[in-house]
Design a protein around this ligand. Structure first.
Ligand code: ZN
Length: 640
């Protein structure tokens, strides 16, 4: 007997069997039950979340001879023929490979033909892949389809579907599944199929599935066939270790081992991304109750080794690479490249080199004669005077860091129990002291970061944010006030070399874009589509993909230059230029965010362009992060 995959075997056959997606199911059942089914739906959502399965169930419901409360019976001849794929009522077309005008014309000619049943359902998968001509050909039929036809357009990328098509459909969005729902599903399937799987296998399977029901059951299939989770299951841990220690060889070795063990690069990358995201949440003190105890401990351990900023950069880098992998002929290459960028100091903006740079900036700032409250103990330890003197003259970004530093120092309250640094108090302040010296990856003696034993999870007793994130990760408020105060009152007129591209990108994402967006959302949104190319002589280069975007943004040039000037304390030239895409994406990749649609990364980069709620509100990175991760909680902000 041919083995049927678990995914096909346990594919939902009725609305009631769909895992998650309650809002979609409720909408469709209600429409069927009240006979108000639309002529065209757009099902969007990540792969493997049940879009096509749901379309089939809808087709069943529309043709079932024994419909009960919107639910198809599953046993009548219509239901069984749709389930078997032999029905005339259910037509699936892969728009990715049938994306030409002629394909759609042929489809339309068939649509017109009547049906022996009641309703023909046409499912167009990956509809965003249609050519413009094909979209136009579809449009008319979509607007007024014959009464016996319902279209279901499916896409993983709804933003790429033409607005004219979207507006003619009812849009239902499918979400990645909650890990608890998936775990119940996996255990139920395993029990029903008589599979013996350990808790560790379940954890691996959920990890590998990344919230997709199909990927999760595929992983369960593979695990059951092998008898246990593959050896590559440790690869995620090994990869994270390699990232934390900036060991490119180890990272590539771990990826290779995982590939040999049959793990898809994309799945592996997503698993790493998921773990980095957990660590990021831990680092900002977000609640981690949704994680199993072991995962929570691992997340907090990792958060103790990588700074929040390093984590966000890793998330961004890896997220972009995951987006690229979808269309890459060999996704392995993209994963390897991302790993090299994350770990190899020669490759540019790595976590390590970035952290070192930040440390230099902070030293310079600490050594500069800034108007100063008493530095916190952690700062004093991190910024010895000699290092400060050494760094102060060499970094052009001193004013930028200084403004941030003065701001973050002025704002957050000190830890609740400000004891001597070497005598940590129990609870939250001990956490803060424990973490403080590791705030920077590149510590002053250049030791590699050493592993730290995981502490018992203490989700409710996070450190106050000013030591864990406030000093480094929280950027200062933009800008005129801070910068001018620190610089003695006048806006910068002094000419200077353009800032290092990486610093410029950081300032752009964390301060300049948000501040421009707060003045004009349109300006912010337009500018966010740009990316920074390597610097021209004497100027930053901000590139836009289309001539329209370029001309639309060029008028903001003086504001942009002024904002950079305030950030860096000297006038900064910014060239606006067309992006011919011939320049490869530089490694830092924090630009814009508009192009990134990863499950995780979308959330992170979107923060850069989030609208501000009010001028008085804090605009620190921590707040951006909070907005990007609804539900996260910052102890310090609540106290203050
Ligand atoms: Zn039926």
């Amino acid at each position: 007997m041919v083995h049927q995959s678990l995914y096909l075997r346990y594919r939902p056959g009725r609305f009631g069997e769909i895992v998650g997606q309650e809002h979609v199911v409720a909408a469709l059942r209600n429409a069927v039950g009240t006979d108000r089914v639309g002529h065209a739906y757009l099902f969007s959502g990540p792969r493997g979340t049940g879009k096509t399965s749901t379309a089939r169930i809808l087709a069943k419901a529309l043709n079932c001879e024994d419909l009960t409360e919107g639910e198809p019976c599953g046993t009548c001849s219509s239901c069984t023929s749709i389930a078997a794929g032999t029905s005339y009522e259910m037509h699936e077309l892969d728009a990715a490979s049938n994306n030409k005008v002629d394909d759609i014309r042929e489809l339309i000619s068939r649509v017109a033909i009547g049906t022996p049943g009641r309703v023909k359902v046409y499912v167009l998968d990956e509809v965003h892949m249609l050519t413009t001509g094909a979209e136009n050909a579809l449009l008319k039929t979509l607007e007024e389809p014959p009464p016996h036809v319902t279209f279901v357009l499916c896409t993983t990328e709804p933003h790429k579907v033409a607005p004219t098509i979207r507006s003619r459909t009812q849009h239902l969005h499918f979400e990645l599944l909650d890990v608890d729902d998936l775990e119940r599903h996996v255990r139920a399937v395993a029990t029903d199929a008589g599979l013996e799987i350990s808790d560790a296998d379940v954890a691996y399977v959920l990890d590998a599935g990344g919230g997709s029901a199909r990927d999760t059951l595929s992983a369960l299939d593979a695990t059951a066939a092998a008898g246990r989770a593959p050896d590559g299951a440790d690869a995620v841990t090994a990869l994270l270790e390699a990232v934390a220690t900036a060991d490119a060889a180890a990272a590539l070795g771990a990826a290779d081992a995982a590939a040999r063990a049959g793990r898809e690069p994309r799945v592996l990358g997503e698993a790493v991304l998921g773990r980095l995201r957990n660590a990021f949440l831990a680092s900002v003190g977000a609640p981690l109750e949704h994680l199993a105890a072991a995962e929570r401990a691992a997340a907090e351990h990792l958060a103790g080794r990588l700074r929040p900023r390093a984590l966000t950069l890793a998330l961004e880098l890896l997220g972009q690479s995951l987006v690229a992998m979808r269309e890459a002929p060999d996704p392995r290459v993209d994963l390897d490249l991302a790993l090299v960028r994350l770990t190899d100091p020669e490759a540019g903006l790595t976590l390590q080199s970035l952290a070192e740079r930040v440390e230099r900036l902070e030293r310079a700032a600490a050594g500069a004669p800034a108007a100063d409250a008493a530095p916190s103990p952690t700062m004093a330890r991190r910024a010895p005077a000699s290092a400060a003197a050494q760094g102060a003259g060499t970094r052009p970004g001193g004013a930028f860091a200084e403004a941030r530093r003065a701001h973050s120092r002025a704002k957050p309250p000190e830890p609740p129990t400000p004891g001597p640094p070497e005598a940590p108090q129990p609870g939250s302040s001990s956490e803060s002291h424990r973490r403080a010296p590791r705030e920077l990856l590149g510590q002053s003696d250049d030791r590699p970061v050493e592993p730290e034993p995981p502490e018992p999870p203490e989700p409710h007793a996070r450190a106050p944010m000013n030591s864990a994130a406030g000093q480094g990760a929280a950027p200062g408020r933009p800008l005129p006030g801070d910068a001018q105060q620190d610089r003695g009152g006048s806006p910068p007129e002094v000419a200077g070399p353009p800032p290092d591209r990486d610093e410029a990108v950081l300032a752009w994402v964390e301060e300049i874009l948000p501040s421009l967006s707060s003045v004009s959302k349109t300006a912010g949104a337009r500018l966010a589509t740009g990316r920074f190319l390597p610097n021209a002589p004497g100027a930053l280069r901000l590139a836009f993909a289309t001539p329209g975007a370029l001309s639309g943004c060029a008028k903001y040039r003086s504001e942009v230059e002024a904002a950079f000037g305030r950030c860096f304390g000297h006038s900064v030239a910014v060239e606006f230029t067309a992006d011919d895409k011939s320049t490869p994406e530089p490694p830092s990749s924090v630009d814009g965010g508009a192009t990134v649609r990863s499950r995780y990364l979308g959330e992170v980069t979107a923060a850069a362009a989030l609208p501000r709620r009010g001028p008085a509100e804090d605009r620190s990175g921590v707040v951006q992060v909070q907005q990007a991760f609804p539900g996260s909680r910052l102890v310090e902000l609540e106290a203050g």
